[in-house]
Design a protein around this ligand. Sequence first.
Ligand code: 26Y
Length: 822
Amino acid sequence: ASTALVPAPVDIANKLRYLFGRNGDYTVTDAYQGTAWSVREKLIDSFNKTHDHWKEEDPKFIYYLSAEFLMGRSLINTVYNLGLDGEYAEALNQLGYEMEKVADAERDAALGNGGLGRLAACFLDSMATLDLPGWGYGIRYKYGMFKQALKNGYQVELPDIWLTKGNPWELRRDDVKFEVGFGGRVERRKQGNKEVTMWTPSEKVIAQAYDNPIPGFNTPTTSNLRLWDAVPLTEFDLSAFNAGDYDRAMLERERAEGISAVLYPNDSTPEGKELRLKQQYFFVSASLQDVLSRFKAVHGNNFDLLPEKACFQLNDTHPTIAVAELMRLLLDVEGLDWDQVWTISTKCLNYTNHTVMPEALEKWPVKVMAKMLPRHMEIIEVINEGWTKWLAGHLKDLAPEERAKRIAAMSIIHENPWNKDEMLVNMAYLAVVGSSAVNGVAAIHSNIVKDEIFNDFYQIFPSKFQNKTNGVTPRRWLAWCNPELASLITDTLGTSEWINDTEKLAGLRAYASDKAFQVKWAAVKKAKKAKLAELIKKVHGDEVNQDALFDIQIKRIHEYKRQYLNVLSIIWRYKQLKKMSPEERKKAVARVCVIGGKAASAYDMAKRIIRLVTAVGDVINKDPDTKEYLRLYFLPDYNVSLAETIIPAAELSQHISTAGTEASGTSNMKFQMNGCLIIGTWDGANIEIAEETGIDNVFVFGVRAEEINQLRKERKNFKTDPRWDELMRDIEGGMFGDKDYFKPLVDSVNNMKVGNDWFLLANDFASYLKAQEDVDACYKDQSEWLRRSIMYTAGSGKFSSDRTIREYAEDIWHVKPCRPTV
Ligand code: 26Y
């Protein structure tokens, strides 16, 4: 029976009584657990209804294959998306709790590193909201992204133990499991007059499905994120235990569980670890087997129909082994021929690139691949043979050397440029050759994809290449994380339709200069700033000036994102304040600067940058001359939930990557939606944000992407700004202590070292300081600042992931909405 008839407060108490053995005297965590387990049932009702409908209609599905889904918390999102917020807020009130506090007891599901993982989560929200038949597929990591703590100002990493209290947002599917094999050998046998290929893996594990229902907003649709857990085969094969081989069985358990144990905490700095390839194959194989088994249940062996029923989006190169796995399943298991399979497979697959950095494009040694996935290595070799042969024909008009050079440059299997004895499988090339569409994630990035990274391929298949500018869900990133601003917007526009149609936010432009409206707008920002101030107080014990400009940079710590440049400008500001008289200081714009983000555990330079932030903060925040005017805090353990508190409070956000390096950025869109001004380079989605907001409303600085190559060549002759030189001497001289530890940081941007300052901090330094002066001048004119702030939100319509997903659905997936009837 449905729980709909049980009043929510009773249902919450029932859940606590029967699932947790609690009888009154609840803690906040209890209140969360009871609420979550109660909401879960409504979610499952909606999930079942949707899937019954989809089963009946049999529409084409999109499967989003991603090694990462950075979901964050679910309670608030679920009750709001299902329209149960009033009912549960009221229920909790009756029990003596406040929804917001209760929601705070939930642990983040942090199964992702950063932008790429969070994008996947936003996409799921939009797919469900748009009623698109679609699932996410990934790995149910037992440990997600590490928790970051600070010890004496240095990053330390702690395990993310997120499942210990159970997970009300998932459903284990005991009837959905698949075998996934590794290693072993490949043999050919005659079967009648046909030769068949048999792969006998030396190792097998079971992929066990867990479903995570994804509620759409303002629709009965609830879709699904299916995550795979790796468990040993012996669990299901009692004879192994009966044979008395207990030790071996236990070892096997450990080995199997190792596959889904932990998310690799690297963002864009790949480690060629075999376990990572194992993870990739594990989830890809299970997902493809799952899709094919459902397809066969309805359409039998009519595989030519597959591209009309299923398509897969490869979220970066991480799931690219799907090209070979789909081929293998159709060739070896289903017995189709190569040509037919190649046609089907390329029709079903599409690839999104998220990075321009060549070192972040995955390449696996042929040796590793041949050992772990011998049949796949064979298939890739055959694909590459066919591909290079086809290329030779296609390029027949080129001079022989030129042709050979071009073919070598485009070969999926090629030499390791740093080690001539090693051959590599280039996963990005495999993805480009093996799929129908290839896209970048912002206009500038898609151009770099076409003109630089895959230019040879673009020349041959121009129509394969597309742009799909990223977006973020306006539900989580505006409506639910900033309900105060959301009600002001709804009251002003006279409708809440903007939550489904963000283009309606443009209606706010008419109020941008309206004084009365500006006052209300400012009051919301002030309330959100108070919340962030509370958090700073909790973490650092300091009270901050809530009238100061809240200046934020939150993202993974990376040299190309240039948090270091931000710190340099903060030090410069500090030095200027020190020189001023107390009277002069009173005229300065006060700032509270916040930096947050995790450094990959092996990324030494990024860890030094974190230490520089904390060391500079220690000096600045204590200085009685300046502490009224300038603060710098590092907020540890930046994650989705922290972002939901920080972003609504931000007045200025920094997106200052070297032009041409940040594929898109997505937090820039979240800040924009929340009326936060941007200081940024002409990079990634900043460009499109500036176009939508009005370029004069954005603090743009720095060199352009087209200039970068030349400037890098000339960097050793670059005459650095005297202020820059002074700051380098300060850090080197120990102004912030730890001189030896900071020395490599200073060296990394030193123009006397050929090839150094790769990210051109020194080149952008002067124009950055100038842009910061413009920020101060603008902030002094609060009415102008507020006008711009309103223009940001008003201009953010384009950056809803609903728009992005609609474009994917129309231009790449060709899937159509399919809404269950209520
Ligand atoms: C190979 C492995 C170590 C690896 C793991 C994670 C490589 C890359 C990543 C993550 C990349 C990532 O998050 N990229 C970001 O994707 C966002 C969504 O498209 C972009 O907005 C952002 O600019 C880009 O850096």
